[in-house]
Design a protein around this ligand. Structure first.
Ligand SMILES: Cc1cc2nc3c(=O)[nH]c(=O)nc-3n(C[C@H](O)[C@H](O)[C@H](O)COP(=O)(O)OP(=O)(O)OC[C@H]3O[C@@H](n4cnc5c(N)ncnc54)[C@H](O)[C@@H]3O)c2cc1C
Length: 390
């Protein structure tokens, strides 16, 4: 008889990362439970964009990890029953100045050397991409393999399949404490569950879960605002970012006005399948405060006008915020905690959790079932921070 209060592995957190972990574990035949304090995708994974990109990744390990995730996402398009608005359109970065254009060319060279499909776009290419772009954009670059998904639908699609493979789903159950002897005893607002192994996939709340086992996690919420607009005309058919987005993300110096710099604003435009568009984005360290700040919304809108003067004629529907789980070295933690055997972390994906969820889920499944991992996992180890004494 099935024991619904015990599982071999308990995954805490039903965001995109926890759902991917649960999917791959269930698919591998592991007895698995997912515990979520609200409903599926109620955290950052429903308050974000849906870009599955390499274009914004640091060349090297970061971009290779993203490529693996893109490949796995294509497989899931075939394996999952519920569609999740997967669109493989490629994405582009546009430059604001000639200096950025020079940096963009170097970025393309480096990514090409790493075997990734990047192309330089000149001014004419940009005009061909959309007649609504501002006339003075010097050019940009393109990544051919980038795609878009609807993260919210993706989470539900993963869970649907995982349940078919035996996943025990425990929603509206907030984990309040964890004790460990031979098993982990996971106390929740809906009773206590036991498991041999625990995966902490609680996104920006992962440090609170880790603290229950006296472990410090270097994950900090980095807030982002998004504006939702309606497309009266097909201004853009695929994802567009500005080159300055990379500068903000990696904390590098950027020449923009003080208010744009203060709120970490850089253009990100995502056309949705329902013919709306998502306009971002901002980056701020303001704790867990999720309130909308109209000054940030205005700054995002002004930045969009620099690249798309036509936006002035468009209707804005609403705005929302989400919290990116930031780590000091911009890579997630996908790792067992050496001091607590059986306790795994799958968190800290900052602005890349949609892009990296599938590879994260696969890696945790491989670690737990003792397989060789599909990519090297040393750069993702938890103890890299202990070694660096963060
Ligand atoms: C504005 C914005 C735009 C973004 N755009 C992109 C993008 O285009 N591409 C990309 O790759 N990434 C993007 N990101 C980043 C991406 O959204 C995140 O990295 C990702 O959603 C994190 O997923 P997660 O599963 O780790 O966390 P979450 O989705 O937050 O899931 C964590 C879950 O844990 C649950 N939880 C917390 N505490 C407990 C508890 N005590 N007990 C039980 N459950 C608990 C929460 O309720 C939550 O559902 C964006 C982020 C923002 C804010």
């Amino acid at each position: 008889m099935t024991n619904n209060s015990h599982a071999e592995v308990a995954v805490i957190g039903g965001g995109i990362v926890g759902c991917a972990v649960a999917y791959y574990l269930a698919e591998a035949g592991v007895d698995c439970m997912l515990i979520e304090k609200n409903d599926i995708a109620s955290g950052t994974s429903s308050k974000c964009d849906g870009n599955v990109t390499i274009v914004d990744k640091d060349p090297g390990f970061d971009s290779k990890m993203s490529l693996k995730s893109q490949e796995l996402t294509i497989d899931l398009k075939k394996d999952l029953d519920l569609p999740f608005e997967y669109r493989e359109l490629g994405s582009i970065l546009v430059c604001d100045t000639d200096d950025e254009m020079q940096a963009a060319k170097e970025w393309v060279d480096t990514q090409n050397e790493a075997g990734l499909k990047f192309n330089v776009l000149d001014q004419k290419d940009i005009r061909n991409e959309s007649p609504y772009f501002a006339h003075d954009i010097p050019g940009g670059l393109e990544c051919e393999t980038d795609s878009l998904i609807n993260p919210y639908l993706f989470c539900y699609s993963l869970i649907d399949k995982a349940k078919q493979n035996g996943l025990k789903l425990q929603t509206f159950s907030e984990v309040t404490n964890i004790k460990k002897d031979e098993d982990f005893h996971i106390e929740t607002t809906r009773g206590t569950f036991t498991a041999k192994k625990v995966v902490n996939a609680a996104g920006v709340w992962a440090p609170f879960i880790a603290k229950m086992l006296e472990t410090e996690l270097p994950i900090t919420p980095r807030k982002g605002h998004i504006i939702v607009g309606s497309r009266q005309e097909p201004v853009m058919m695929r994802n567009v970012m500005e080159f300055g987005y990379l500068m903000n993300k990696f904390g590098r110096e950027r020449v923009v006005d003080p208010i744009t710099a203060e709120y970490g604003v850089a253009l990100v435009l995502e056309p949705t399948e329902s013919q709306n568009f998502l306009l971002g984005s901002s980056r701020q360290f303001v704790g867990y405060d999720s309130a909308i700040d109209i000054r940030v919304v205005e700054t995002i809108a002004n930045r969009a006008l620099r690249f798309y003067p036509k936006m002035n004629d468009f209707n804005i529907i609403r705005s929302y915020t989400g919290m990116r789980p930031w780590t000091p070295d911009h890579l997630p933690i996908v790792s067992e905690v050496d001091d607590i055997p059986g306790f795994y972390i799958a968190a800290g994906h900052e602005g890349d959790g949609i892009s990296l969820a599938t590879v994260t889920g696969k890696l945790i499944e491989e670690m737990i079932t003792g397989k060789e991992t599909c990519i090297p996992v040393d750069p993702l180890r938890f103890d890299r921070f202990e070694k660096a004494k963060v």
